[in-house]
Design a protein around this ligand. Structure first.
Ligand code: PAF
Length: 297
């Protein structure tokens, strides 16, 4: 396995992509896969890399802790940074190029004066308690798309986890609404054998809290079964199930349209494909999880 080429500047990223894609285009049917990350990589990121590696000639990963998406500067300062550990994971996944810019390189002159807005989708759900978070996400993702777009006619794919379902839905709209020539590829949630969705925050859970946290995936499973059987979802009953353990403090359980994130008003069974989202604090640690609900079959 050869080490990925690490580039630190926007100019170097553009030149490396140009240089590496040109011979692929000559050969015909070239593709580039981009995996944007903030580092602190875990098994979930491994899946993103694997999906990108399996489907593309050239795989580029970015490692950049984006200050624009943090509402609290203390959280930004505390965010774990260990590029060597990240590089080891990216190398094992067969990544070709790693873009790891400094903050001043990504935002020369400080916070940009012009940013991208995630619109109403960014103000719902997670956005309600983190104002500006999704605007920060789409601003950096738009920059990463611009910087990584390969020369035509190379196909351009980008990979995002379904774990952050709201982020994924917003980035799909970003690519569609602002005509970035990139295909957004969702990568399924990785779960422990018991069902807990993989997250860097899981490390903060005690054994007892990790067991209590299983209530989230259990509740989503119940909703999925009910939806598939065309039965009423009975949300208050499912909310009560989640709250059974004192360690679990439910923030929200919402059923939304996966394309717009607008709430689906339920009368009886689900009207068609829908997305169930849960956010809760478990022993003080905020966790999110989600599951697609099928329409009745
Ligand atoms: O999901 C993340 O790690 C970040 O929000 C992303 C997409 C890399 C943008 O900073």
């Amino acid at each position: 396995m050869s080490s990925p080429q690490v580039v630190r500047t926007r100019d170097d990223l553009r030149s490396v992509i140009r240089e590496r894609v040109a011979p692929l285009i000559e050969r015909g049917d070239a593709s580039l896969g981009l995996v944007p990350t903030m580092g602190a990589l875990h098994g979930g990121h491994g899946e993103l890399v694997q999906a990108a590696r399996a489907a593309n000639d050239l795989v580029v990963a970015s490692v950049f802790v984006n200050p624009l998406q943090f509402d609290d500067p203390v959280d930004f300062a505390r965010y774990p940074r260990d590029l060597d550990a990240d590089l080891a994971i990216l190398e094992a996944g067969g990544v070709d190029v790693v873009f790891a810019p400094a903050t001043e390189e990504m935002y020369p002159g400080g916070t940009p004066m012009v940013t991208v807005s995630a619109g109403e989708m960014g103000r719902r759900l997670e956005g309600a308690s983190r104002p500006g978070h999704f605007d920060g996400v789409v601003t950096v993702v738009a920059k990463l798309f611009q910087l990584s777009t390969p020369p035509y006619p190379c196909r351009f794919n980008a990979y995002f986890g379904q774990k952050d379902a709201q982020q994924l839905a917003i980035i799909r709209r970003l690519a569609h609404d602002l005509d970035f020539g990139v295909e957004i590829n969702p990568v399924p949630i990785v779960r422990t054998p018991e069902g807990l969705a993989m997250s860097s925050r899981n490390q903060l859970l005690t054994e007892r809290a990790a067991t209590a946290a299983l209530a989230l995936s259990r509740a989503l499973g119940v909703l999925r079964e009910r939806a598939a059987a065309g039965k009423p979802l009975n949300i208050p009953e499912v909310e009560a199930m989640i709250r059974e353990d004192d360690l679990v403090e439910l923030d929200y359980l919402k059923i939304v349209d996966p394309r717009t994130l607008r709430p689906i008003h339920l009368s009886g069974s689900t009207p068609g494909p829908a997305l169930a989202l849960i956010a809760a604090r478990v022993d003080g640690i905020r966790l999110i999880d989600n599951m697609d609900l099928p329409g009745p079959t």
